[in-house]
Design a protein around this ligand. Sequence first.
Ligand SMILES: C[S@@+](CC[C@H](N)C(=O)[O-])C[C@H]1O[C@@H](n2cnc3c(N)ncnc32)[C@H](O)[C@@H]1O
Length: 201
Amino acid sequence: MSGHEVGVGPWEGPLPDDGRFDPELLAEGDRRNVVDRYRYWSREAIVADLDTRRHGFHVAIENWQHDMNIGTVVRNANAFLAAAVHIVGNRRWNRRGAMVTDRYQHIHHHPTIEDLVAWAEEQGLPLIGIDLLPESVPIEHHPLPRECVLLLGQEGPGLSDTAREACEVVLSIAQFGSTRSINAGVASGIAMHTWIRQHGV
Ligand SMILES: C[S@@+](CC[C@H](N)C(=O)[O-])C[C@H]1O[C@@H](n2cnc3c(N)ncnc32)[C@H](O)[C@@H]1O
């Protein structure tokens, strides 16, 4: 739709006396893709507010070949308010699909699966694999821990053997058609929303 502007224009009336507001956004308007309660808030103020109510699940994804789905994983993590996103393998990922949500999300990098495993052990968080493997258990009927790491594999190979072995359980999302798998971005949204249905609402 052409000519459709997102957001709000410059603040009208006396300026609010609230440290969360960003003077530049108040003066020029706020065209960011943020929910109404955060209009005119600085990025730092939004992150600080999100930090007070993040959920107990983390989401991790293996990134050995610059997976194009990671942007979607980050965007979903923001929507479902994951504690943090963990990228395992290559540090670089394509930010386009994130739609700028990476600015409001804690994103950690782990060079190897062993690094992620060590970090998760330190935090006392079980790794819950998300993949369609012979040993997988249906996510639709499986209770998810309130605090955990949902670990996705990457497009093509899926979860690596090392990742599989480190997981407490691997969960599959039911499919009914002819394709072998759905993409990792979509799978991440379903897995996170399954956690939300069990613990978040
Ligand atoms: C495209 S899939 C990997 C392809 C897969 N190894 C194959 O046999 O074709 C990439 C990632 O998306 C997630 N995924 C895709 N479909 C899934 C499903 N039905 N259940 C659980 N995870 C899935 C998993 O994390 C997987 O590692």
